[in-house]
Ligand binder design. Sequence first.
Ligand code: KG4
Ligand code: ZN
Length: 351
Amino acid sequence: MSNFEYVLGIETSCDDTSVALVRQDGFVVGCLAANQDLVHRPFGGIVPEIASRNHTLQLLPLIEELLARTNFTWSKIDGIAVTSRPGLIGSLLVGVVTAKTLAIMYEKPLIGVNHLEAHLLAAFLFDEEFVKYKNLKFPYLALAVSGGHTQLYLVKERGDYEILGRTVDDAAGEAFDKFAKYLGLGFPGGQLIDSVGRDGNPSAFQLPRTTVKGAPLDFSFSGLKTAATRLVDALGIEESVKRRADLCASFQEAVVETLMSKLSLALQKTGLSRVVLTGGVSANTRLRNVANEWSVKSGVELFIPPMKYCTDNAAMVAKAGLDRFSVGEFSSQDLMPLANSAPADFHESSR
Ligand code: KG4
Ligand code: ZN
């Protein structure tokens, strides 16, 4: 057993403030999140300055609440893990400065974690409500789809991640959000397109499934977004409001088919049989249904973490920190937030 049994995770890379306590084996003792959707909604997107100010207000009270609710004292916590990259620099700064201060005050080891690595490890988490019914093993393929990222990884083992494909323009969640905004549905758009599209016909409109020349595992969603907004313009306001459900269903179908086709291709190329789907977009009902059917048909073992661990959360950050601590990796008080991943975090595919 490593000396690191319980780690406090802190996540402030974008607009969600989250803190969690996680045990070495992935058991989540407690995880709290303060969502800022209502604050950013009037602006139709995340305002970085407002996001970091809210983190400043929410983070310490949230940690105090977590300790109170879990009956934990600082003496039981073996280390602090904080998202230090990639993300909005002002938001990251709040988490990093807080974690460094707490590490000094309570004499705890500190580790700065890559937010995307944390998403990749979310399928190892479980809790009292979500009991693990099957164990994830390395290696596996992971598709991380969120508002900021759409990336396909070969997760070989802890700390060894190869990027097989990535978006060359918009992230899938970003495309959902932008199209929802164009339709006047609101923010964040993914959930709204999902629920409005449930009553629609996914083949009502033919929208493009873009492939990237010379990079079959890369994604591109800007062509889809342009085609969809042009379609709305061509239909006119009255007709596009009337056909909102069909528009949402058709748009969603194009995103889901694109994601699934890359996933199938990556499986063929790697010969793997385990897949993790994670990130905010994996909340999408249609994507979950299609992926589940595909898993049953193809015999692929599919792991989709429960929603609370798919979207931005600190439990996955604590888990990534636990893994790093257990192999003797620590950050010093020089830890600084970075807007992008560090070169050593992931390596490029040679395929
Ligand atoms: O992982 P996440 O919480 O935050 C980051 O972007 O890192 O993902 C948020 C994204 C947003 O773009 C949101 O529109 C999308 O996930 N999303 C969805 C659904 N729920 C959230 N997209 C499609 N269908 C959903 N049900
Ligand atoms: Zn994220």
